[in-house]
Every structure is written in C-alpha cells, then in structure tokens.
Design a protein around this ligand. Structure first.
Ligand code: F6R
Length: 612
C-alpha cells in the first residue's frame, strides 16, 4: 500500500511533497519521510507516525532543493519506526529511494549485498534497492548519460515482487528515475515541472495531464522533460491522458470528514455513473463493449471477482445477472479465487470490480482468468488504473475520487453500473422487456430517492448514541438484503472497531442465535416483499431473547415491534441495496464519531491494497 510522491521543477520541493503525502495518507500512515537534493548532497527527513509530524522535524523549513521524493508508509516488513521509514539510502549516501510494494526475495538480495560488504540499518525489504543500484552503478565502467538508468534497470532485474520506485542520485541532481511493476504510479506533466504520485487525486491541484507507466517501464524526469524507456532500455514514446476530475473533488468542501462528504455525494455519483446510458430511448449502450447474442448465450457462467466492499457489490450483481439475464453467476473474493484452481474457461465471463483498479489480489485473479482463456471485464472508478489496462474490456463508475478509506459512493456506483450492465446483456439476449423497462425506470429515479434516503437516514444518529459502546452488533438479511447486511457489518467494523457479524437471517437458528442475549443490537434489512414474513419471524426470535433492534425497510411492517425503523423509499429489489446501505453507512459514521475515532483513516487499514 503506501503512497509515494515526487517533484522536480523550479519550486521548493519539500512543501509540495508534504502536501502530496497528506493527500495520500489514506494509503498508509505508519511513518512518513522526504528526500531532496540540497546543495551539499542528499537530505532525508523522516519519522514514524502521521505525515503532519514532518512539520516538526528540525531543519525541514531550511530545505531549498527543487527535486525530491516522498513516502507515507503502511508497514509490511519491519515495525513502524524512524529507521524503517522511507526514504532509504545506500551505504555511500549516493542514492535515495522510496518504494511502494513488496520485494519478495529481499532476504536473498540482502545476503548477496552483505557478502559484498554492504550494511543494513533497517528491517525493511526496500533498503536492498538503493544498495543494489549502488552496486551496479559502481560496476559500470561507462560514464555516459544513461549510467544512472542502467544501474536502476540492472537492480530492478534482480527484484522479485511488486514495486513502484522513485530514485534520486546526488551525482545526477537534475533528474529522477521512476519505474514500476504491479504497484501504481502516475506521472503528472506540468509547465516546467513534473510530478509523481501513487494516484491522481494527490496531484490533481497541480495538473490534469498524466502519463501512465506500464510494468517494467522506466521514466527519467527532468524539469522540462519526461523520457520513457522499455525494459530493454529502448526509448519509447507516450501520450498524456487528461483527467476530468476537478481539484475541489479531492477536498473536504466544508464537511467534517471525507466519508461524510462521500456519503452525501452519492446522488451525484449515481447520476454521473448512469450518465447518458439511457438517453437514447431504445437501447442501453456501452461504447466500450461489443458483446453479441451468440457470445452471451454461449456463457457457462459469469464470475464476479473482487475484494471487500467491491465483492459485496458483486453479490448484488449476482442477484441481478441470474434473475434478469438468466446466466449462472458466482462471486468470489480475489484472494481465495486465485488459489482455488477455479473452473474458468473461454465460456466464462469474468468481471472484476475495483474502485482503485490497483488491488493486487484482484489484478492477479484477472491475469489468471486471461491465462485460462476467459474474457475479462473491469469495473473501476479510475481511468487508466492497472486493472483496466489488463482487462479485455473496461467500464467506469463516475464516483469521482474516493478518499475516505471506507468505501461508500464507489460501492453504490458499482452496484448501479452492474445493474446497467445486466440491462445491456438482457437487451442483447432479448429477454423479458417488461422487467428490463421497469428496472431502467427505477434506475433513472434513483438519484432523487437517494436524496430522500439521506434525509430520512439522519435519524440513525440518535440510535448511534445508544449503541456506540457496544462490543458486538449483528446484521441480518435474506436474499439481496443479506449482501447489504454484509456490507453494513463491514462498514461498522472498519470505522468503529465494534465487532460485528452478518448472517442470512434464516441461518441464525443454526448456531449464531446462541450469542444473542439481553441488550445486544441486531440490525435487519427488509426490502424483498416475499421475504417480509420470514424476516419478521427471525427478528421476533432475537427480540424474545432481549435484542435491541434497528430495521431498515421499504415494506409495510409493524414499526412498533422494533426499537427503531428507518423507512426508505421503495424501489426495484435489484437495486434496493443502493438505498438500504445508506442508513448503515451513516450509522457506522456516527458511531465512529461518537467514539472520537479517525473516520477517514481507520487503524491498520489503507485505501488501496496493492500487496497480496
Ligand atoms: C471497505 C473497502 C475495501 C475495498 C477493498 C477493495 O470499505 O473500501 O474493502 O472495497 O479493499 O478495493 P478496490 O475496490 O479498490 O479494489
């Protein structure tokens, strides 16, 4: 995970680097550091803890260098400490490096370098990189312009694992080299200055023009140029891509936290994601897709593969694909799928859902499906992200940058996009027109209904005050509501640190009901008409055992039975999760605030999980 930033230009680098790190802090916040090239050589300032600690480091204000690299860490190898913080230097203090990823063979490389006389001062895998570069740099007898690049390239050829690396050298004070494999890195092109970042929002206020680097490619940045090289160090050309996000969308905009802002951005995110897909009254089209009736009819199954919240969007997708398109659909977490020897072949369509498009397990699962001959489709929020570059087809949610670690608007946008995809498939397959048209109509009405739901859901604030000190909370649902129960439970765990479990309500009596005792909180979701009675019976069973109950529903239920009921607008049950999750997002948010926690940056978590 970790975030990296780089700057080269005519301005003082350190404030730009720290500013970039603050925006990337959601990727990890165990330690932070910057390295700049000063008149007297390389400088490194780093410390454990949050990025803001950098402001207190002695001498940080005296830095004048106009080239620098920076890092905010999510610890993998070595505990969070000053010596394990990045940047790391080689023994001779010639090279300074920041790295996002994991070097899997670092033990072997460390032994090799130790035998050559190098000493290591940290427990990190990263420290082998500057020393390896130094080793190759010294071995190279040619003293031409590409000596630095050759050393980086040779060092990278020895690395196994994943990396996005920035490296500066005191002997080459006017350039910076970057490279990547399986970890994200974008290059922002400015006027007489250039930027590096792990992702776009961190440098959006400086530029909207970006270069994307592919695996094993290298870039040399100077103030006025960016030169690209492939893995054989042949010069290659790249075009910039422009991004439509505006800088304000990466700011809190008056909200106390990004998460709250993002919850309230859901009407816009859904509106933008629906976009012009239904403008033409006849058919819903995806410009990026060209599926035929013959291909879709030949499918043995659709697989949704993703992690965490994105996987929960896949669970909702399964319900729609099976019921609307009549295609058998499975859902799997990417980290399990890839080691399962899954039954995937050229008659399987594999759909990968990923907000960031950089989740390592999801990317690995995608590569596996391609090897097995399946067609792959990415659903992502980030144009040009790794997953979209690997997949055969990509479609995009238009949720704008999601900064809070806990996903909200990206999830609901994923669900709506998958529902639209299902309509597109159902139309090609010439399936039930009425069902298609009903769903279309309900999707169009969604943004308004989300606005209504947001107003109604404010009422959970009171309930959050009653339960914020609880140790355990249960979430129940049946059918599609069970997927929402899972997502509600995940939101609560990650930002409030309250232990929570989600269950299909009918499963309770097969074990978990033993945990229900006086005063325990049970949250239930009821949006499927044919399951109302069954749900009510299950809730009655926990009430009998003394549970406090919160019910989220759009059905006619006897509200007097429950401690609190949130009545959300009615909609098609295929997309009801988009509305029913909103009170649960707000419940988790208010509980976290009540406990005085950092909502946007929950402990141990990072936004983009680029390690396996
Ligand atoms: C939870 C959350 C995570 C992500 C998961 C996948 O709120 O955000 O569970 O959904 O890490 O991330 P992406 O969608 O970027 O692949």
């Amino acid at each position: 995970m970790c975030g990296i930033v780089g700057y080269i230009g005519n301005q003082k680098a350190s404030p730009i680097l720290i500013n970039g790190l603050l925006r990337l802090e959601y990727r990890g916040y165990d330690s932070a550091g910057i390295s700049t090239i000063e008149k007297n050589g390389l400088s490194i300032m780093k410390d454990k803890g949050r990025v803001k600690n950098l402001y207190n480091l002695e001498g940080i204000d005296n830095l004048t260098g106009t080239i620098g690299i920076a890092h905010t860490r999510w610890a993998t190898h070595g505990k969070p400490s000053q010596e394990n913080s990045h940047p790391h230097m080689d023994n001779s203090k010639t090279f300074s490096v920041v790295h996002n990823g994991i070097i899997e063979n670092y033990h072997e490389l460390r032994n090799f370098l130790t035998e050559k006389g190098y000493t290591f001062y940290s427990q990190t895998d990263t420290e082998v990189i500057p020393n390896l570069v130094h080793y190759y740099y010294n071995k190279d007898e040619k003293n031409d312009d590409l000596k630095f690049l050759r050393a980086v390239k040779n060092a990278c050829s020895d690395l196994k694992g994943s990396y996005a690396i920035e490296i500066i050298c005191k002997n080459h004070p006017n350039c910076m080299i970057v490279t990547r494999k399986d970890s994200p890195l974008v290059i922002g092109k400015g006027e007489n200055e250039n930027y590096i970042s792990s992702d776009i929002p961190a440098i959006l206020s400086f530029t909207k023009n970006f270069y994307l680097l592919d695996d094993f490619e290298f870039a040399i940045l100077t103030t006025n140029s960016v030169d690209f090289y492939n893995k054989n160090l042949e010069h290659i050309q790249k075009e910039t891509k422009s991004i439509e996000w505006n800088a304000a969308s990466a700011e809190k905009d008056g909200y106390e936290d990004f998460m709250l802002k993002e919850i309230y951005e859901q009407p816009t995110a859904i509106r933008e994601t629906i976009g012009a897909k239904f403008n033409d009254s006849s058919k819903c089209e995806f410009d990026e897709l060209n599926f035929t009736k013959e291909y879709l009819s030949s499918l043995n199954k659709i697989y949704f593969i993703a992690c965490g919240t994105a996987m929960h969007a896949g669970l909702v997708g399964k319900n729609i694909m099976e019921k609307l398109c009549k295609i058998p659909t499975e859902v799997d977490v990417a980290s399990e799928f890839r080691y399962r020897d899954p039954l995937v072949d050229n008659k399987t369509l594999c759909i990968f859902i990923s907000q960031s498009g950089e989740t390592a397990d999801t990317i690995a699962a995608l590569k596996l499906c391609k090897e097995k001959g399946a067609k792959t489709l990415a659903v992502s929020n980030v144009i040009g992200s790794s997953i979209t570059r690997e997949a055969d087809y990509s479609i995009y949610t238009h949720a704008g940058p999601e900064i809070a670690v806990a996903s909200t608007k990206a999830y609901t946008s994923q669900v709506v996009l998958v529902a639209i995809l299902a309509i597109y498939f159902a139309q090609i397959l010439e399936l039930d027109n009425k069902q298609i048209n009903d769903l279309k109509k309900d999707i169009i009405e969604l943004p308004k209904k989300i606005e209504e739901t947001l107003k109604i859901s404010e009422n959970v604030k009171g309930f959050s005050k009653k339960i914020y000190q609880e140790k355990d909370v249960f979430f129940l649902g049946r059918g599609v509501d069970e997927a929402v129960a899972k997502e509600g439970s995940l939101k609560l765990k990650e930002i409030s640190y309250i232990h929570s479990e989600s269950y299909p309500a009918g499963e309770l009596k097969h074990g978990p009901i033993a945990l229900i005792e006086n005063g325990i909180t049970v949250v239930s979701i009821i949006t499927e008409k044919h399951l109302v009675e069954k749900m009510i019976s299950n809730i009655q069973e926990v009430i009998t055992r003394g549970a406090k109950t919160l019910v989220i529903t759009n059905q006619n239920v006897d509200e007097n039975m429950f401690d609190m009921t949130i009545k959300i607008p009615e909609t098609n049950s295929f997309i009801s999760p988009i509305l029913s999750i909103i009170p649960l997002q707000l419940l988790s948010y208010y509980i976290s605030k009540e406990k005085g926690l950092d909502v946007d940056k929950p402990r141990n978590l990072a936004k983009s999980v680029t390690v396996e």
